[in-house]
Design a protein around this ligand. Structure first.
Ligand SMILES: C[S@@+](CC[C@H](N)C(=O)[O-])C[C@H]1O[C@@H](n2cnc3c(N)ncnc32)[C@H](O)[C@@H]1O
Length: 326
């Protein structure tokens, strides 16, 4: 089960304490509808009011944090020498990715958030002020509307989570090109839907065309072997729902699975994973069944049995999204 770091959990509790729960529920229900059906062009912007931002922080930020943290952990596992000092997060919202990056890479000293919505900046800054990480506490929050190439300082790490789908389609390519030119490592995360996957595949192709190579999740830079229209590459993180989260989402389950797609790419050569677990592993008595995306054989199903000793013991511990063999 994915957990928020204690300082973020406390910061969120404090920021949401005393909020009108009826207002949060209405705002959350509106956002859920908008993210599902698209935004009304008459709305100023998705996170345009303080109520929208508080609702987003309460019901989405824990999930986007969990997804970004997982994508960054998987990337870090394949970037052993990478100790970023500078981080730029694009379309940062309330700051989920800067908390996740600081957790995965405590080497980060300078953080910049680019975001269009002033209310999201105000809320994100307030949360960040409670972080144990100096890089998060002292992050620069810059009001920026992205409608083409992004003007950003050169940076060791660039992240953009749950934003590509909100950019005007014509601006996506220019934005990614400019980010790729300025960063050593770029990580993009999108919802784990067929549409999110399509955006990630397109962006992955563009990053490769620009001379970067994929760090994760793919163990290769070749075309994605998953047949389009039949399936899509995605991962999931299970997280607890707080009582407030359940109330405003009008949900009864005490947990949810955040499905996400991502791509991480880097300029430098490095060792690759030879495979990636692309489905929840099936663990039965004496065997583990894994669906893998592999460097050499595309997507393939593998069964690891008890007779395989150490490999079997490793397979018992493996999760959806991990590299294989570990
Ligand atoms: C779904 S939220 C994701 C927020 C955050 N990255 C996360 O993972 O929780 C999308 C964010 O992108 C911002 N955004 C969307 N279009 C933008 C644009 N053209 N320029 C700058 N920010 C934008 C929105 O204001 C919002 O904060």
């Amino acid at each position: 089960m994915a957990e928020l770091p204690p300082d973020l959990s406390t910061a969120l509790d404090e920021a949401l304490r005393g909020a009108d729960s009826g207002g949060l529920t209405r705002a959350a229900q509106k956002l859920i509808r908008q993210y599902r059906d698209g935004f009304d062009p008459a709305e100023r912007m998705p996170l345009g009011s303080a109520a929208d931002v508080a609702a987003y922080a309460a019901y989405r930020m824990p999930a986007t944090y969990a997804a970004v943290a997982a994508a960054l952990r998987h990337s870090a596992a394949l970037l052993p020498g990478f100790a970023p000092r500078t981080h730029v997060d694009v379309g940062g919202g309330t700051g989920a990715a800067i908390w996740a990056a600081a957790e995965v890479w405590p080497s980060i000293e300078e953080t910049t958030v680019l975001e269009q919505a002033p209310e999201a900046i105000a809320f994100g800054r307030r949360l960040a002020g409670r972080s144990d990480s100096p890089a998060v506490r002292e992050a620069r929050w810059l009001r920026t509307v992205i409608d083409g190439p992004v003007r950003t300082p050169a940076s060791d790490l660039v992240t953009m989570s749950y934003v590509l789908g909100e950019l005007p389609p014509g601006a996506r390519t220019d934005a990614v090109r400019s980010l790729a030119a300025e960063a050593a490592v770029v990580v993009l995360v999108e919802p784990g839907t067929p549409a999110g996957y399509e955006r990630i595949v397109e962006t992955r192709d563009l990053l490769i065309e620009l001379g970067l190579s994929v760090v994760a999740p793919c163990p290769h830079d070749g075309p994605c072997p998953i047949p389009r229209g039949e399936d899509w590459c995605h991962f999931a993180e299970r997280l607890n729902r707080t009582a407030l989260h359940r109330r405003i989402k009008v949900a009864s389950l005490g947990f949810e699975d955040e499905k996400f797609c991502y791509v991480a790419a880097a300029r430098n050569d490095r060792p690759r994973a030879s495979g990636r677990v692309v489905r929840r592993p099936l663990k039965r008595k004496g065997m583990v069944a894994l669906r893998l995306c592999t460097e050499t054989s595309g997507v393939t199903d593998v069964t690891v049995s008890k007779r395989q000793g150490d490999l079997y013991r490793a397979a018992r511990k493996i999760d959806w999204g991990d590299a294989w063999p570990p």
